[in-house]
Design a protein around this ligand. Structure first.
Ligand code: NAD
Length: 335
């Protein structure tokens, strides 16, 4: 029987399609542990409240022992009250004919409000994962709007890109995806991201070799591999007429579970974090995806990996996009 006190976890965009795949995994203990009771708070906008009622009914009907309570709400003061973890999935989607700037403006407004609510109502130890796009910049805005919560408590999702990269290499080598480790997603969760396998290892028939030696096709690794990962989200939308949801939910679980329980010894994963103090020459005031190790709920960037010219150019290009996005967002934030 689970004995721990329940933790409070909010998921925003809880009536949406990612949440529909995500909530079950959280509620059954895949993220915070099999003996950790949970109070799930589902936040969405007022028109979605009837849909949330349906989601609540389904969660109840799953009869999950760890799930102590489900609270649907459209109010941030209810949604963020005393929470231990926040998974911010809800954001303004791009609509037909909408300019990039207008989309950013709408999302700055959402993540400013939610950041302020975190600041006011959440526990100061809350771990905040931003998923809603543009995830890196939304995360930066939320953090800047929550000055009483440590910057290190904020991160954004690039684990889906990381998992995509692992899987592409694994399929190419004919091994299962758990045989591939230490791929890196650098930068923005956008098509400028840089999936890098220069430091990745593949376990082939029991011995660990570099990804380049395992794949034996440098042209593919420097070409189609990178563009496949960069454009995978668009490929899924084209095929499914909906954006990635099952795989996004799985990646969210991987990301948050690693924050809670740490990464495996000798392995690193990718997540978007504050660039302050990084050793890779990335501008400081950005949420940028790095190779990360986590211990005792504290992450650190894996420093000192050698970077060649090919990688340098791609890391700088994605940083430049983030700087531009940040500057536009900061203009909106100050308005
Ligand atoms: N970082 C990543 O790897 C990654 C991967 C996949 C999708 N995404 C992004 O995740 C987001 C959600 O995707 P989805 O497929 O679930 O979308 P969806 O449209 O199915 O659901 C989004 C939900 O968010 C809600 N919402 C909008 N504004 C809100 C607000 N202010 N507060 C609370 N809820 C709000 C909507 O009402 C809707 O129910 C999108 O921005 C998508 O681009 C990110």
């Amino acid at each position: 029987m689970p004995r721990a006190e329940p933790i409070r976890v909010v998921v925003t965009g809880a009536a949406g399609q990612i949440a529909y795949s995500l909530l079950f995994s959280i509620a059954k203990g895949d993220v915070f542990g099999k003996d950790q009771p949970i109070i799930l708070i589902l936040l969405d906008i007022p028109p979605m409240l009837p849909v949330l009622d349906g989601v609540v009914m389904e969660l109840q009907d799953c009869a999950l022992p760890l799930l102590r309570e489900v609270i649907p709400t459209d109010k941030v003061e209810v949604g963020f009250k005393d929470i231990d973890a926040a998974i911010l999935v809800g954001s303004m989607p791009r609509k037909e004919g909408m300019e990039r700037k207008d989309l950013l403006k709408a999302n700055v407004a959402i993540f400013k409000t939610q950041g302020q609510a975190l600041d006011k109502y959440a526990k100061k130890t809350v771990k905040v994962l931003v998923v809603g796009n543009p995830a890196n910049t939304n995360c930066l805005i939320a953090s800047k709007s929550a000055p009483s919560i440590p910057k290190e408590n904020f991160s954004c999702l690039t684990r889906l890109d990381h998992n995509r990269a692992c899987s592409q290499v694994a399929m190419r080598c004919g091994v299962s995806s758990d045989k591939v480790k230490n791929v890196i997603i650098w930068g923005n969760h956008s098509s400028t991201q840089y999936p890098d396998v220069h430091h990745a290892k593949v376990n082939v028939s029991g011995s660990e070799v570099s990804a380049y030696d395992a794949v034996k096709n440098d042209a593919w690794l420097r070409g189609d591999f990178i563009s496949t990962v960069q454009l995978r989200g668009a490929a899924v939308i084209k095929a499914r007429k909906l954006s990635s949801a099952m795989s996004a939910a799985k990646a969210i679980c991987d990301h948050m579970r690693d924050i809670w329980f740490g990464t495996k010894e000798g392995e690193f994963i990718s997540m978007g974090v504050y660039a302050a103090g990084n050793s890779y020459g990335i501008p400081e005031d950005l949420i940028y995806s790095f190779p990360i190790q986590i211990k005792n709920k504290t992450w650190k960037v894996v420093d000192g990996l050698p970077i060649n010219d090919f990688s340098r150019a791609k890391m700088d290009a994605t940083a430049a996009e983030l700087v531009e996005e940040r500057d536009t967002a900061m203009d909106f934030l100050s308005q």
